[in-house]
Design a protein around this ligand. Structure first.
Ligand code: MG
Length: 264
């Protein structure tokens, strides 16, 4: 009797599995095949579809080659020379950039290792030495300047190399007579610093001004990326970017959803 019960349970389980496996739901969305991308050896290395902005050799991807290229494959801001601006313009991007604030600590607050990564030359992810260096929280390292404090302070010590991995979706602006008359969709930004999430899907409120509240200013669908000269000897290296779609929406459903027998 015990044996019979055991066999009954096994048989019921097998029947349930057969019924479950017999159906295969398909969405009916005709997705295009994702292109093949070869990843870098390390996640910090550029994948095959990345555009290299700085690989340690020269500043040829930038408008004016005015910052200093160092023998160790890095470059250093030249105070007083102005921002470094890419020749190429970008909209929505995945950006990898490495930076090191000066090992020799000078100044405090906003005066310590200050630079910045400007998406579309308008929206700043702050670069600052925020290792045991207090300032206003929406102005510390990894902030969206004066708009969003980072979730955590994950800064390394002065002089140590750090990483930013930034996902940026460009804003959609209605512009008439060189004025923004409607923000159809704000820009969104997600930042990882040293592999740790610091800004999560933040809706940017406009230009990250120093002196006035943020407002969107007219600009194109693509604009340069720039690095800020804030008078400090901040270093950068290994900068690459991937252009990504402007929207994360699904394509329309063009086929009827269906169930089918699953292949065995
Ligand atoms: Mg800055």
């Amino acid at each position: 009797m015990k044996r019979l019960t055991f066999l009954t349970v096994i048989a019921a389980a097998m029947t349930a599995q057969t019924v479950f496996a017999a159906s295969d739901w398909r969405s009916g969305i005709a997705w295009t095949e994702p292109p093949v991308v070869t990843p870098g050896e390390k996640t910090s290395d550029p994948p095959s579809d990345a555009i290299i902005l700085f690989n340690g050799k020269d500043l040829s991807a930038w408008e004016q080659e005015k910052w200093t290229v160092n023998d160790d494959g890095s470059m250093t801001c030249k105070p007083g020379s102005g921002s470094l601006v890419t020749k190429q313009k970008f909209g929505s991007v995945q950006l990898h950039i490495e930076f090191a604030t000066p090992e020799k600590v000078n100044g405090s607050g906003q005066g310590r290792g200050n630079s910045g990564v400007f998406l579309m030359n308008h929206y700043e992810v702050q670069v600052l030495d925020s290792y045991e260096n207090k300032t206003y929280f929406d102005g510390q390292c990894s902030s969206i300047y004066k708009q969003r404090a980072p979730l955590v302070n994950v800064c390394k010590k002065p002089g140590e190399w750090q990483t930013y991995d930034i996902i940026f979706t460009r804003p959609v602006l209605k512009i008439e007579d060189n004025k923004v008359v409607e923000t159809i969709r704000p820009a969104y930004i997600t930042v990882f610093q040293n592999g740790v999430l610091t800004v999560w899907n933040h809706a940017i409120e406009g230009d990250t001004f120093y002196h006035v509240p943020p407002t969107y200013q007219p600009h194109g669908d693509k604009e340069p990326i720039s690095l800020q000269d804030h008078g400090n000897l901040t270093k950068f290296r290994n900068i690459w970017v991937r252009e990504i779609p402007d929207s994360n929406q699904k394509p329309p459903q063009t086929q009827v959803q269906f169930y089918n027998d699953a292949p065995r």
